[in-house]
Ligand binder design. Structure first.
Ligand code: G
Ligand code: G
Ligand code: MN
Ligand code: NA
Length: 257
């Protein structure tokens, strides 16, 4: 059987898992959020990366039910951690969206339903979209983002700086956070002055526009030190943790403190 036909049954076979990667405050290294990242535990092939199956799921339309499943799973999970682990009562959760979800007329209702089913405060939900997603069928995407914002959730621009969108959308769209793509963060502290200038400029831009900023892909204490100097508020990367299966999160949080 090929992946495509197996993907159709992936939810009924319960083969998807959500992993969670911490997002920390640069100044304190306190954990403020987790990003939900889906994986497929395939019977024969083992763990399959979303890079390998999300595009197929988009082609065959399975991204709609898969995206809803990830959202509900992530909300239930953050609700549980907020209730059961001391010190993370205000933990938030980030969920990646596909362009197709933004075009789906039912999507805003799905998010509203998932929020009320979980009882999680909408301010604790961050939805990540890419610049590229904003470019396909702009009118529908813009309308959806405004409707999502009206629910009280916040919106993040993922992989910031790698799309081909003009910056104008930062003025017109209800975006609260930009995530600096790890290709730029990678160059920090590696003698790449251009990458460093780009990160610095994005941090300044975020500050000027009153947006929150997350540096992605932080792997070294040197990168952390540079981000601190620039005044970036949040960071995410292997320096703290890889994406973790949920059962490892409570002990990881406890060991960290
Ligand atoms: O950890 P990592 O290999 O998981 O993620 C690879 C890519 O897959 C990232 O670009 C990430 O945004 C995307 N991705 C991870 N989980 C999801 C998801 O639930 N939905 C969508 N649409 N993309 C996801
Ligand atoms: O596109 P998006 O930003 O949603 O995807 C996040 C991706 O980046 C995931 O595949 C995640 O596993 C990966 N990632 C997270 N932190 C690091 C890091 O510090 N280094 C590298 N190389 N990849 C990372
Ligand atoms: Mn992301
Ligand atoms: Na990214």
């Amino acid at each position: 059987l090929d992946l495509e036909s197996q993907l159709v049954r992936v939810l009924e076979k319960n083969e998807l898992r959500v992993y969670y990667q911490p997002i920390v405050e640069v100044s304190t290294e306190n954990v403020v959020s987790f990003e939900a990242l889906v994986r497929w535990v395939h019977g024969e092939r083992g763990l399959i990366s979303p890079l390998d199956f999300i595009p197929i799921a988009e082609e065959i339309g399975m991204i709609i039910p898969i995206g809803e499943w990830v959202l509900r799973q992530a909300l239930e999970q953050v609700k549980q951690w907020r209730a059961e682990i001391t010190g993370v009562e205000n933990l938030s959760i980030s969920v990646n969206l596909s362009a197709l979800q933004l075009q789906d007329p039912d999507f805003v209702g799905v998010v509203a339903d998932a929020l009320s089913a979980s009882g999680v405060d909408p301010v604790a939900l961050h939805l990540e979209v890419t610049e590229t997603m904003l470019m396909s069928d702009v009118d529908v995407a813009v309308e959806t983002l405004h409707a999502l914002r009206a629910l009280g959730v916040s919106l993040s621009i993922d992989d910031f700086g790698t799309g081909h969108a003009a910056l104008g959308y930062l003025r017109s769209l209800p975006v609260q956070t930009i995530k600096i793509d790890r290709s730029f963060v990678d160059g920090l502290n590696r003698g790449d002055p251009k990458a460093t200038s780009i990160v610095d400029a994005i941090v300044s831009l975020a500050r000027a526009l009153d947006l929150d900023v997350i540096a992605e892909g932080v792997e070294t204490t040197g990168q952390l030190a540079e981000l601190r100097q620039m005044g970036a508020r949040l960071a995410q990367g292997y320096l703290w943790s890889r994406p973790l299966p949920p059962d490892q999160v409570p002990s990881w949080l406890n060991e960290k403190r």
